[in-house]
Design a protein around this ligand. Structure first.
Ligand code: SF4
Length: 341
């Protein structure tokens, strides 16, 4: 097993737009240099692949003893010289799974995330865990997760098993992920279903112009039925992040499903931050319709939008947090913004 070397530090506080926008930008990834799920649209893969730092067959593991050392220094020895002291002593929640999935298949062999969860429990430290693995719903992980510290986000983007097997090829199937959501909910965890990315069904402008649900060229991946299923599986909330189109995702989607989706972009779409985004009007249609379905089940809803950020704030169930995590579990009292670090 190699040790991850692409992270200059084990705990990463991103700067730039991401650091300013996100309420939970402080990342701790137990694995690096590749994710076995190898999703066609993965942004981290896009960032690392061209630097030859992405190997989905052989991801690397961080040295978890170094993570323990940081916690010991800050919490047991009261060190204020550690560069993470102010973040950690303010209990700013950590994001596990910002760059790679912490529960990819390699976890069953290596166990880094399991060990990390034990450390976080011991130090009563809050975290947000993002995954596409049903491992999170198994007894072993239900036991080590802490419902007072954990906000769990399970991504499920499609009910189409065949397409999912091609687009998120190493991840658990949609059925398995829905099962995991229900397991977590029934064990009283705060679990958000992330539709991330929401890959639209029709080209930009279709719905905004009054288009219907049938006819024309379409991409059968996301579906409205998915939202119903998520709610029926008792997710606490739904979080939607719309697809942003970049060259690498066109290329990998073309290779993986034989459709690069370039036809989705129209004159209504626009460039921002190195990606092409659907028009605000078209996104609004999707957000309104997903929210309406959530409302039928009294499921909370929120939007994460890196192009326009607060433009869609009206859709946030929690007006002070687009992840809709703050205050949902006991440990989530601070965001990076409220802690003013
Ligand atoms: S699971 Fe997440 S990190 Fe892993 S390849 Fe897919 S999008 Fe990237």
């Amino acid at each position: 097993m190699q040790l991850a070397t692409e992270f200059k530090t084990l705990i990463k506080i991103p700067g730039g737009a991401e650091g300013q926008r996100c309420f939970y930008p402080v990342r701790l990834d137990p694995y690096g240099k590749g994710c076995q799920h190898n999703c066609s649209y993965c942004y981290a893969r896009g960032l690392l692949d061209f630097r030859k730092l992405w190997d989905s067959n052989e991801p690397a593991a961080v040295d978890i003893k170094k993570v323990r050392h940081i916690f010991t220094q800050v919490f047991d020895k009261g060190s204020t010289r550690n560069k993470f002291s102010s973040v950690l002593t303010n209990k700013v929640p950590l994001r596990l799974g910002g760059m790679t999935d912490p529960l990819m298949p390699f976890e069953e062999e290596c166990g880094n995330t399991y060990e990390l969860l034990k450390i976080l429990k011991e130090y009563e430290y809050p975290y947000l865990l993002l995954t596409k693995s049903s491992l999170i719903g198994t007894e072993k992980y239900l036991d080590v997760l802490d419902k007072n510290l954990a906000v769990l986000q399970v991504s499920v983007n499609s009910l189409n098993e065949d397409m999912s097997a091609k687009i998120e090829m190493g991840a658990s199937s949609p059925k398995e992920r829905l099962w995991a959501i229900q397991q977590l909910a029934e064990h009283d965890f705060y679990v958000t279903a992330r539709i991330s990315p929401l890959i639209p069904i029709y080209p930009d402008g279709h719905y905004a112009a009054g288009g219907k649900d049938s006819g024309g060229k379409r991409f059968d991946y996301f579906s409205w039925e998915l939202v119903h299923e998520i709610c029926k599986h008792k997710a606490s909330s739904v979080l939607v992040e719309f697809m942003r189109f970049v060259n690498f995702s066109h290329q990998w989607l073309g290779e993986d499903v034989g459709d690069d989706l370039r036809w989705m972009k129209t004159d209504s779409s626009y460039h921002k931050g190195g990606a092409v985004h659907y028009s605000k009007e078209e996104k609004r249609y999707y957000f309104e319709r997903v929210r309406a379905i959530c409302n039928e089940y009294s499921t909370e809803f929120s939007v994460c939008d890196d192009a326009e950020f607060e433009y869609f704030k009206e859709f946030w169930s929690n007006q002070s947090d687009c992840c809709n995590a703050n205050g949902k579990v006991k440990g989530f009292q601070n965001t990076i913004k409220s802690a003013e670090i």
